[in-house]
Design a protein around this ligand. Structure first.
Ligand code: DP6
Length: 362
């Protein structure tokens, strides 16, 4: 009863930030639908980083207690009580479903430096749900896996799938699941993650999300996010980068408005995040001004500006969204404001979601 799985993190274009108060909070039923891109690093792109988490779990009579470890270059680090509680939320639900009461050992490993500011519970819980259900021989489909991954971390439900994904908020454990809305090659988009801070954030999403309802802007954000999720879904399917980019950017700002005005207020940006935001907005303005002049026949098609957008999750690091063919221009734009190559991670939508693999970590 041993299995291993891989999973990628995802970046939300329409964000999850708030749990429904009509359901027990441990179910992580969101207040609005969200949409994301499951992401992988672009191969050969001057980076050693691979955005993958690998997890192995084994259930056995020889274990007297449940244990979990994070494998790092410096050795295995045992998960603390709070982390184990979250892990057990997923595993207990799967054990109950399989009617198995054996204890487990699990080891998880990120294929990126742990202190890179890229740590993601989305890939971790997607990999965990996938290998644990396989080890227990549950034969779950992706939709069911996404429900179990959600119990560990809401955004993990989306990392079960590759490409572009919608998490339907639903109103119960069975109706709140993620599904693929578009394969990775159907929408031309790439991104550079600018690593502004590699450290751990002060307030985790899991905690910060509980304060969303205290912001007076939250009801507006929920209502708008519902509308935006429909618009973005359509635009992704139509390969309409402008609509996806501009709505994603707005949705990110709505989420941060809620964060900044909640009680206690949450400020995830730092001055460098804002520096990148200004650069993206200015570079895009140049692009559209140039575009207008070309249309009016005043200017030859030149290289001014770039069509790019930004989105930021619960931390200072920022994703600059662009078309695939503009990825190097986006890198140059970041370079102009002093972001170094080593602080850039080039990503694209991943073909695959979470999957079982044969290689075990122990
Ligand atoms: C801002 O509760 O899924 O990334 O702490 O990673 O488990 P973790 O976060 P989670 O909240 C994610 C919040 C978000 C937006 C999003 O991914 O939708």
């Amino acid at each position: 009863m041993k299995s291993s799985a891989l999973a990628h993190p995802n970046i939300a274009l329409i964000k999850y930030w708030g749990r429904s108060t009509n359901q027990p909070s441990y179910l992580n039923i969101p207040t609005n639908d969200s949409i994301s891109m499951t992401k992988e690093t672009i191969p050969n792109a001057n980076s050693e980083i691979e955005l993958i988490t690998q997890t192995t779990i084994e259930f056995s009579e020889s274990y007297n207690e449940d244990t979990g470890f994070l494998q790092t270059e410096g050795g295995d680090i045992q998960f603390n009580e709070v982390q184990m509680e979250r892990i057990k939320k997923v595993v207990d639900a799967l054990r109950a479903s399989a009617k198995v009461d054996l204890k487990f050992k699990m080891i998880s490993k990120n294929m990126f430096p742990t202190a890179a500011g890229l740590a993601s519970s989305a890939s971790a819980f997607a990999a965990l749900a996938t290998c644990a259900s396989d080890a227990l021989n549950l034969g779950l489909n992706k939709r069911e896996l996404s429900m179990y991954a959600r119990l560990g971390s809401g955004s993990a439900s989306r990392s079960i799938h590759g490409g572009f994904v919608r998490w339907n908020k639903g109103d119960s454990h069975e109706t709140s699941f993620a599904e693929q809305i578009c394969e990775c090659n159907e929408f031309n988009i790439a991104a550079i993650i600018a690593l502004i801070n590699r450290g751990k954030k002060e307030v985790s999403s899991d905690v910060g999300i509980n304060y969303a309802h205290t912001s007076i802007f939250n009801p507006v954000k929920i209502k708008k996010s519902e509308e935006q999720a429909i618009e973005v879904l359509k635009a992704i399917r139509e390969d309409d980068f402008r609509t996806v980019g501009s709505i994603s950017e707005k949705n990110c700002l709505y989420m941060h408005s809620v964060m900044m005005t909640s009680d206690p207020p949450l400020f995830y940006w730092n001055p460098n995040t804002l520096k990148v935001i200004r650069q993206v907005v200015n570079t895009r303005r140049q692009f559209f001004q140039n575009h207008d002049l070309i249309k009016k026949g005043i200017q030859e098609k030149g290289k001014k500006g770039l069509e790019c957008y930004f989105t930021v999750d619960a931390g200072p690091n920022i994703h600059c969204l662009c078309r695939n063919e503009d990825i190097e221009k986006t890198a140059n734009m970041l370079c102009e404001i002093g972001i170094s190559e080593t602080d850039m991670v080039r990503v694209r939508p991943s073909v695959e979601g979470s999957r079982v693999v044969k290689e075990h970590l122990f």
